[in-house]
Write a protein that binds this ligand. Structure first.
Ligand code: BG6
Length: 482
């Protein structure tokens, strides 16, 4: 059941993900999708909307008969989150179907989470077979997320609650676990003695598009850092879990969140860069500045870029900078984790002219997935000079696997199937979420107290100049500047 069934998330991500799952036979033949929304649409009008909004973006596989079979699973029902009547009809429908597992995906604003949960409970739709999925942002700070979580917890047990962070569903994030804990090679090196710094970047080329009204009250810290970036940091930094069970992994992630050194109020200006894009060019076209985007306040101070120097204060990582960065309207779309290893203690060889920085492991999540290990080899011929070489671990997979033609499960598809199967491991537990809010709180507070505007950066660049200064103060550079 999709609350927010006419919304952006449902039409751009969730229904396409369900379509993919349908095409490969991952959905139960009797599985139904109930799209719920406040708009008074009839079934035909809803399907017509899907036909124009969802279908064109699907792969060529959306042939007429496949599409028809998919939409035959879908039923639209008008349910207003603040009006009880719709929920009575919904409950009747759900009971009549007697499905063993019922998933309610709340793809709505967080202000509707509590009213929806109350209504579900009132109509008996919170029994053990019911799971609810809560989209981010869950609240806008620790107190508001805590209030929502407590109210939801009155009606649903924690193991019925799936707080989604779609970055955890990405294949390369899964692969990071496999690489770290399925091999002996990396583990001894994965620590302060050998790692100089870690960089985690999620850069987007797009601006806020049509989401100005939503985004302007949120900004990049809440939209990307508190969740996606911190979750990626946990996956890089956590200790090997005792097992792959959901709580074993989540316990380890929580330990990292707790070990994150708090950024004190008076350190925010030095360790955090807050930026906002102004007029520039993206993919060769002139684009407006953030404050000129539709539905954005002309004097908005909302940040569209954040870079942070974080530190994990534990035995493994003490002193290793974790540079986190995210932004909209950046030069290119890339999401990557870079583990920069230290230089050899003493080099016997003449270094390459451009002084390639030794060993680096680059895990790229987007635009294409890859895992590349950079190292130095001998330059061929009568010389002792070294030259950089790259080992592409993804290309080393057995023939037929990992190539571009192989079908990859999308993040939302994987996570939706996990909810249906009752697997909580890739979802964020309440204590993890609270800890992440706790860590970003001083940054929120410092920004709220200061009347300093975000630093402007031209659309289509890598962010404000202060962003380069962040690693360069430690003698490091962002990956693209190498
Ligand atoms: C969402 C944010 O969680 O992630 C968006 O709300 C952002 O602002 C999106 O664009 C990025 O996700 P992806 O998978 O396209 O990198």
């Amino acid at each position: 059941m999709l609350f927010g069934g006419t919304g952006d998330l449902a039409t751009r991500k969730l229904l396409p993900a369900l379509f993919d799952a349908h095409c490969v036979g991952s959905l139960h033949p009797r599985g139904r999708i109930l799209a719920l929304g406040s708009q008074p649409l009839g079934q035909d009008a809803y399907l017509a909307m899907l036909e124009s909004k969802v279908r064109p973006a699907l792969p060529a596989a959306a042939a007429a008969e496949v599409w028809q079979a998919f939409v035959a699973r879908i039923l639209y029902l008008q349910v207003d989150a603040n009006a009880p009547e719709g929920f009575d009809a919904l409950a009747e429908l759900v009971r009549a179907r007697a499905a063993p597992v019922v998933v309610f995906y709340l793809a709505t604003g967080p202000q509707l989470f509590v009213p929806i949960c109350e209504q579900l409970a009132r109509t008996g739709l919170n029994h053990a077979g019911v799971r609810i999925v809560l989209e981010k942002p869950l609240g806008h700070d620790l107190a508001s997320s805590d209030a929502i979580n407590s109210a939801v917890a009155q009606h649903f047990a924690e193991d019925q609650i799936y707080r989604i962070d779609h970055y955890l569903g990405k294949e390369s994030v899964q692969n990071l676990m496999a690489m770290r804990f399925g091999n002996v090679l990396f583990e001894p090196l994965w620590r302060r003695e050998w790692v100089r710094d870690v960089q985690i970047t999620i850069a987007e080329e797009i601006g806020v598009e049509k989401r100005g009204a939503f985004y302007d009250g949120i900004g990049a810290l809440r939209d990307m850092v508190q969740n996606h970036l911190l979750q990626l940091l946990c996956m890089v930094a956590m200790e090997p879990p005792a097992s792959l069970s959901e709580d074993a992994i989540r316990d380890e992630k929580l330990k990292i969140l707790k070990a994150l050194k708090p950024i004190e109020l008076n350190e925010v200006a030095e360790k955090v860069v807050r930026g906002q894009y102004c007029r520039g060019a993206a993919a060769g076209d002139a684009v407006p500045g953030y404050v000129n985007e539709p539905a954005v306040a002309p004097d908005s101070q909302t940040e569209t870029f954040v870079a942070i120097k974080a530190e994990v204060a534990n035995w493994r990582w003490a002193g290793v900078p974790f540079y986190l960065r995210t932004g909209k309207r950046m030069q290119s779309r890339v999401a990557e984790i870079v583990i920069q290893f230290r230089d050899v203690p003493y080099s016997l060889f003449p270094r390459p002219l451009d002084h390639e920085p030794g060993n680096r492991l680059v895990i790229t999540l987007q635009p294409e997935e890859s895992i590349r290990l950079h190292f130095l080899v001998k330059h061929p011929g009568d010389t002792q000079a070294l030259q950089p070489a790259t080992l592409d671990l993804q290309r080393m997979l057995p023939r037929g696997q990992g190539n571009r033609n192989e079908r990859k499960t999308g993040a939302y598809e994987r996570l939706l199937l996990d909810v249906i199967r009752g697997r909580l491991g890739l979802f964020v537990r309440r204590d993890e979420q609270a800890q992440a809010w706790r860590w970003v709180a001083p940054i929120q507070q410092a920004w709220a107290q200061s009347n300093l505007a975000p630093k402007l950066y031209t659309a289509g660049t890598w962010g404000p100049a202060a962003s380069s200064a962040l690693p360069s103060r430690d003698g490091a550079v962002w990956h693209e500047e190498l």
